[in-house]
Design a protein around this ligand. Structure first.
Ligand SMILES: *Cc1c(COP(=O)(O)O)cnc(C)c1O
Length: 446
């Protein structure tokens, strides 16, 4: 038994993600974590089905990451990146350039996923400003086109490209830049593209390409916007459309990168390459915040021809050595290539164990891709209430909107995974087929 926490202070003074300061939701005190288990302050252990918001892919307390961080902590935990460089940053960027597709050779290190998206959008706009000499209309190219049901983060530019209905646009009104949206991809993963799936994208590009700097999309899996898996053909077609209409393609692999969908990067399913790539979440194995935005030589050259002549971004903690050291250690584990076997075993086990969830009346759809298992419910669920049920069953699963899903660490054992899938089914079975519950239609992975 661990000493208890000051939960009163927490609920009166500390904001948690997407919560109210006057109507605090329940929180669980975590004392420590090891492998795929969280230990609560009351001593209970929970099997983690979330990888701490999809980041902790190798499990907690991994000795390689811990020792890399410990070494780095004592040597140099932070130093400014303006006018200074260091080996953790160089080593990390070498790894990222080597692991990603050939055109991506330039790396911008930043603090979090949302910032990686901000950086990507700035890159796209600055790129076209650099093209004014060769194309006088390029200066107009400042808008971003995207698909509905997307999620790209919570800062303003990132918010502007999140799903316009489920996202936060309405709450912030005109403070959010108006971007262009077309329907979300409809063709499911693994299927041949439905004939008109890309037609709204084509129409929009044909009509407005003079004003569009880039298309941004989460490849293959739309995550916090609905856990939707779509056809690789869609991405292939989108790449061609971007080329045809001279618009950059930004892929947001913050959730999908580093093996989650069964490929190292989800764009590999479609055999395409982006102009700009956003990475985050699992980049450090989930040990500390770090993200990266990669771009091609061509994009970097365009930016340097822009009136500014430089790329205008430079966070205080850019290239933080401690975070880079964690990321290097995590990528070394990824590069040992145990993940493809782990992820495909997880995929197969989830397919088998979640299959019969389709018979539960409250369940609308069951889908699995890589190490992502989803029960889509007919109705939005009450997160706090279901959370309690999951904790009582000894697992950590955090549903949102109408989704009960898991994205476990790749190192999860067969029996731990069974505990998760059986808890998902048990909890889903307690939900009435047609009873409406507290609405949580707002997109959040909270
Ligand atoms: C989580 C996420 C982000 C935002 O990352 P943060 O680190 O939370 O800012 C952006 N894009 C996608 C696809 C994500 O899943």
């Amino acid at each position: 038994m661990q000493p208890t926490l000051d939960f009163d202070f927490d609920s009166n003074h500390i904001w948690h993600p997407y919560t109210s300061m006057t109507r605090a939701l329940p929180v669980y005190g975590v004392h420590s974590a090891l492998g795929c288990e969280l230990e609560l302050v009351d001593g209970r252990k929970l099997v983690d089905g979330t990888s701490s918001w999809w980041a902790c892919v190798h499990g907690y307390g991994h000795p390689d990451i811990l020792s890399a961080m410990e070494r780095q902590l004592h040597q140099l935990s932070h130093v400014m990146f303006g006018g200074i460089t260091h080996s953790p940053a160089i080593e990390l960027c070498q790894k990222l350039v080597a692991m990603t597709c050939e055109p991506l050779t330039k790396v911008f290190l930043c603090d979090s996923g949302s910032i990686a998206v901000e950086v990507a959008i700035k890159m796209a706009v600055q790129y076209w400003q650099g093209k004014i000499a060769s194309n006088p209309q390029a200066t107009q190219k400042q808008r971003i086109l995207t698909v509905k049901k997307g999620y790209h983060g919570d800062t303003f530019a990132a918010m502007s490209v999140c799903d316009p209905e489920g996202g936060m646009h309405t709450m912030f009104g005109d403070a959010v830049t108006k971007q262009w949206f077309v329907d979300a991809p409809q063709t499911p993963f693994g299927e041949v593209l439905q004939v008109d799936d890309l037609s709204s994208m084509r129409e929009m590009l044909a009509k407005h390409h003079q004003d569009i700097a880039a298309v941004i999309i989460e490849p293959i899996m739309q995550g916090a916007g609905g856990m939707r898996f779509y056809s690789a053909d869609y991405l292939k077609g989108l790449r061609s459309l971007c080329d045809e209409f001279k618009v950059l393609l930004i892929l947001d692999e913050i959730a999908t990168g580093f093996g989650r969908t069964g490929k190292l990067f989800a764009y590999e399913h479609a055999d395409i390459t982006p102009d700009i790539l956003c990475l985050g979440k699992a980049l450090t194995g989930g040990y500390i915040s770090l993200a990266a935005t990669l771009c091609s030589d061509e994009v970097a050259r365009g930016i340097s021809q822009s009136p500014a002549g430089v790329f205008m971004h430079g966070p205080t903690f850019m290239g933080n050595p401690l975070a880079c050291a964690a990321a290097c250690a995590s990528l070394d584990i990824i590069n040992r290539c145990e993940w493809p076997t782990q992820v495909s075993a997880i995929e197969q086990q989830m397919r088998e164990e979640l299959k019969d969830a389709a018979n539960i009346p409250s369940v609308k759809d069951v889908r699995v891709l890589g190490a992502v298992g989803v029960l889509e419910m007919h109705q939005s669920v009450n997160t706090a209430q279901l959370q309690q049920q999951f904790v009582d069953l000894g697992v950590w699963v955090r549903p949102f909107a109408n989704l009960i899903y898991i994205m476990p660490p790749y190192t999860i054992s067969t029996s731990q995974l069974s505990q998760l899938t059986s808890a998902m089914k048990q909890v889903a079975a307690t939900i009435g087929a047609a009873t409406s519950s507290e609405d949580s239609s707002t997109i959040s992975h909270g």
